[in-house]
Design a protein around this ligand. Structure first.
Ligand code: GLN
Length: 541
């Protein structure tokens, strides 16, 4: 472990969405495969304290860490690539930086000084970067600066990087700039000018990038690399091609071929002859790219127009598909498009149905109809959070035949509120960071499908919810045929529901998707896909 932590900054230029998160995660993976310990941090320049209050359409999925931080979805990539948990310290926003500075000002900690962007905001940014290094746990801290160089809102972050440049010393840090080399189809040429301009802009702010990672649709020849190097004051070996990849999971291998990690180590004055151990990664990639068959699973949700809203679920299916040596063809189905009349047309060809997490009333009817269909037709069913809550509603209405069954999130005066607000939530008025968040323990019942799938009795999973199974209905559900097979041992909260009569029916109050990684595909997703494979073999036999 490190007593001399190295800092790597990843900035982005020319355009957003070039994949800074994947570049950072790929470099981290390569360094980790050489047995270094690495963590990745994302600095987000927006003013929200965290993305927890953002609509998924705005910002995609909100990713939840073990310690209950609501964070940017890039942290999901970091965990999926590295198989190491992240925490609140790995995601800092401008809102959080300002909040901390303003709190200090109110406490009088600035001793009468005028509080300013430089030095107070930049000091706070630098502290949040060095905080991870100071834990002594990491050889490398990779910090991804959100946004694009030139954005007004990311200026203080670039300034903090400039200041750290001399504070940390030459061999303790470096800057990687991710940029775009556009291809002009009309002239059949790759263009370097936007990259030159973006590096010039960084230089204006006093930051000279050490390495350029160049996103491109076509291979960069040596001549082009030399040209970029000449104009941007970097060595030709520090111009790294990042060609479009068919899957994000190939990027570490492409970066390995381009020697990104070797150049990083050289520049930091570290030895480069350690051997990469990427056996497990390559094995996963091989299975993912050469599936033996395809299985079609439906994802029923209300944010399906923006696939990033369900990022971790989609990635979990990639891991679980590879573990089963199948390709999971995920069909994205809008819950508002489903009703009792069209449900068999909409869901008829699926080998499995997942009902997604969510908030609010919109699309609930379609979710309940999809669950009824899965239950009655023995289609493997997996409900996550709101998906589990809808399974409880559906069972109450259609099997227990209770009247006026609902979740109090949807109908506050339901006659049978089988899903009700948690006691601890009843006096909560603020929205941000106030749900039941993060990892909690769960004990699995003997003879349950959950125990069979997990292979261990005591598990912990991450949460993000305000409502829960109403324990007043425990006996009715058990007698009626829905088992409550996972319980929080401290609070008695129901974590898992199952229907033993059904081949594979599982609803979970927690979010297993946050914990699935390449090295450790989540057992529930692996089990669900396996069940779907058996169904699809029956359909096609
Ligand atoms: N809206 C539900 C709750 O707050 C479910 C949340 C979720 O699906 N993440 O309990």
């Amino acid at each position: 472990m490190a007593d001399n932590c190295k800092y790597i900054f990843v900035t982005g230029g020319v355009s957003s969405s070039l994949g800074k998160g994947i570049t950072a995660a790929s470099l981290a993976k390569l360094l980790q495969s050489r047995e270094y310990s690495v963590t990745i941090q994302k600095l987000d320049p927006y003013i929200n304290i965290d993305p927890g209050t953002l609509n998924p359409y705005e910002h995609g999925e909100c990713y939840v860490t073990e310690d209950g931080a609501e964070t940017d979805l890039d942290l999901g990539h970091y965990e999926r690539f590295l198989n190491v948990p992240t925490s609140q310290a790995n995601n800092v926003t401008t809102g959080r930086i300002y909040q901390s500075v303003i709190d200090k000002e109110r406490r009088g900690e600035y001793l009468g000084k005028t509080v300013q962007v430089i030095p107070h905001i930049t000091d706070e940014i630098k502290e949040s970067i060095k905080k991870l290094g100071k834990t002594g746990k990491y050889d490398f801290v990779i910090t991804e600066i959100g946004g694009t160089v030139g954005d007004i809102e990311s200026l203080p972050y670039v300034e903090a990087v400039r200041q750290l440049n001399y504070e940390l010393g030459k061999t303790n840090h470096l800057v990687i700039h991710l940029t775009l080399i556009p291809y002009l189809a009309a002239s059949g040429e790759l263009k370097t000018k936007p990259t030159q301009h973006s590096v010039k802009m960084l230089l204006e702010y006093g930051v000279q990038p050490d390495i350029l990672v160049c996103r491109t649709e076509h291979a960069l020849n040596q001549e082009l690399k030399n040209k970029i190097a000449r104009f941007c004051n970097v060595e030709p070996t520090s111009v790294i091609e990042a060609i479009d990849a068919s899957t994000i999971y190939k990027v570490p291998i492409l970066m390995l071929e381009e020697k990104l990690d070797e150049v990083v180590l050289q520049k930091l004055g570290m030895e480069t002859d350690s051997i990469h151990n990427l056996t497990k990664w390559r094995d996963f990639l091989d299975k993912f790219q050469n599936p033996k068959r395809t299985v079609t699973i439906g994802l029923v949700g209300k944010y399906v127009e923006l696939k990033d809203s369900y990022k971790s679920i989609a990635e979990s299916f990639i891991h679980a598909g590879a573990a089963n040596e199948v390709k999971v063809d995920l069909k994205w189905i809008h819950s508002e498009s489903i009703n009792d009349d069209n449900v068999s047309d909409k869901l008829g060809n699926l080998a499995g149905i997942l009902v997604a997490p969510g908030f609010g009333r919109r699309g609930i009817g379609g979710k309940v109809a999809a669950i009824k269909y899965a239950r009655e037709n023995n289609v493997p069913f997996f409900g996550i959070c709101l998906g589990m809550q809808c399974a409880v509603i559906e069972f109450g209405r259609n099997v227990l035949n209770l009247e006026d069954v609902d979740s109090s999130e949807i109908n506050t005066s339901a006659g049978n509120p089988v899903i009700d607000m948690m006691e601890s939530q009843k006096n909560v008025t603020e929205k941000g960071g106030t749900m039941r968040l993060g990892a909690y323990p769960c004990q699995l019942q003997d003879d349950s499908l959950a125990l069979q799938v997990y292979g261990e009795k005591n598990i912990t999973e991450r949460h993000r919810h305000r409502y829960e199974f109403n324990n007043d209905y425990t006996e009715q559900y058990k007698t009626g045929g829905m088992n409550l097979t996972g319980i929080n041992p401290d609070s008695n909260l129901v974590e898992i529901v199952e229907i033993p009569e059904h081949p594979w029916f599982m609803g979970v109050q927690f979010h297993p998707e946050y914990k699935s990684t390449v090295a450790n595909p989540h057992p529930l997703f692996v089990g669900f896909v396996k069940a779907a494979v058996s169904v699809s073999e029956l359909i096609h036999s």
